[in-house]
Design a binder for this molecule. Sequence first.
Ligand code: CA
Length: 230
Amino acid sequence: MNKPLILVVEDDAAVRNLITTTLETHQYRAQVAPNGEAGILEAISHNPDVILLDLGLPDMDGIQMIEKVRTWSKTPIIVISARSEDTDKIEALDAGADDYLTKPFSVEELLARLRVTFRRLNDAGSDAGASVFTNGDLKIDYAAGCVFMKDKELHLTPIEYKLLCLLAKNVGKVLTHTYITQEIWGSAWDNDVASLRVFMATLRKKIETDTANPKYIQTHVGVGYRMLKV
Ligand code: CA
């Protein structure tokens, strides 16, 4: 079997070398590009399985590159940001990135994000069009509109159900507050984000055993939420 190919778009040679070495010692192949223009060309000619993209590039903003790549490709993009501001990550996620890493990150963190991404890719292939979603003890029967936890039916409000289905259909992917509120309410006002927090709290009470240490839905403070594959 072919090793998965990861395209690394990063202008900092030290970071690029660290990532490449890590990938090559962990069953991945790496292709590198030092800027956005080269990154786009590499993405076209090599069709990588995943793109690791630094947001601060010399020739273009990483967000621009995401927008360009998304016009023809659904390849998962994991953004690497030196900037700690949440707005960059949110903008990248809304432009079509799948996940993010904040510099400095550990090798373990990088490998964990890649595992989550590949797991999601594999599941997307096998679960496409499935009428029942299962994740650990959680089961959603889309056709019947029912949710079960350890075979016990849960009683969710329509919004809680919509929210859970949205997270389940994007399992493994970080969804921003803006994306979620637009999908649920068709708008993204501050009030909607406040409502989202309330609905998320009530949903968690129903699906999580320990709401202080949620197993299914992860909070990304200031960014959004992600359902984890358990
Ligand atoms: Ca950079």
